[in-house]
Design a protein around this ligand. Structure first.
Ligand code: ADP
Ligand code: MG
Length: 254
């Protein structure tokens, strides 16, 4: 018996004014999937991820989280997305950005407890206990009281990952988490992400690290022109791509 997908995306579209960025994306995400998303700059990868936690409101299409379809169908019109439904979904989806987005005026611990206290209403002691747990997981137990400005880029990104994981998301979205890092710091962040994937967490990861995608992802997606051009296991998409667009992209990213 096949499991119900934890996320189903049907006909997802997003336009910014005349710029029709996403033109109909269909995807089923199974629990435990680690899906690497590849595509040229400007192909809509970030917009796609942001539509999945409704940081961007889709222009149309169906997004179903854990069996619940978000948005109201309006015959002949694009779907509407009521705010109360979006808030619930946002709490179940963790996101890590290229630029870390830590609060500079809060300590590492404060960055992690903020969401636990405000979003989840946890008290100080249990938020801090949870934060310490996640910091230990990303190897930064001793940095709890530091401010972000005193951390390396790799450490900042590990804090951002701990912050997202502390909220126990059902789905993690990583948007080029290593693209802003000096090359020598990429490995430590990829190792943390690999650990999370090995735990069986469900994640979508936009990356240009083709080798990492090959070894860690169980599925790879190539996006261009606002649609998924090619999708499959890494051995297929990365070693034997069928679409000329994927072939050209991979030739440029050797
Ligand atoms: P990628 O992450 O693949 O580089 P993006 O999703 O960031 O691509 O961008 C896809 C297209 O959408 C680009 O043309 C970009 O300029 C446009 N875009 C993205 N976000 C916005 C926004 N908030 N407002 C207007 N245009 C946007
Ligand atoms: Mg992007």
């Amino acid at each position: 018996m096949s499991q119900e997908p934890i996320l189903t995306i049907r006909g997802l579209q997003k336009s910014f004014g005349d710029n029709h960025v996403l033109r109909g994306i269909d995807l089923d995400v199974q629990k435990g999937d680690c899906i690497a998303i590849l595509g040229a700059s400007g192909s809509g990868k970030s917009t796609f991820l942001r539509c999945l936690n409704f940081m961007e409101i889709p222009s149309d299409g169906e997004v179903t989280h854990a069996g619940k379809t978000i948005g109201t169908e309006r015959p002949g019109k694009p779907r509407a997305y009521p705010e109360n439904e979006l808030t619930k979904v946002r709490q179940k989806v963790g996101m890590v950005f290229q630029q870390f987005n830590l609060f500079p005026h809060k300590t590492v611990l404060g960055n992690i407890t903020e969401g636990l206290r405000i979003v989840q209403g946890k008290d100080k002691a249990s938020s801090e206990a949870r934060a310490h747990e996640e910091l230990a997981r990303v190897g930064l137990a001793e940095k709890a009281d530091e401010y972000p400005s005193r951390l390396s880029g790799g450490q900042k990104q590990r804090v951002a990952i701990a912050r997202a994981l502390a909220l126990a998301p059902e789905l993690m979205l990583f948007d080029e988490p290593t693209s802003a890092l000096d090359p020598e710091l990429v490995g430590e962040v990829l190792n943390v992400i690999r650990g999370i994937a090995d735990e069986g967490r469900t994640m979508l990861l936009v990356t240009h690290e083709i080798g990492f995608a090959y070894h860690v992802a169980n599925r790879v997606i190539f996006m261009a022109d606002g649609i998924i051009q090619e999708e499959g296991p890494p051995e297929q998409v990365l070693k034997n791509p069928q679409s000329p667009r994927t072939q050209a992209f991979l030739a440029r990213h050797k």
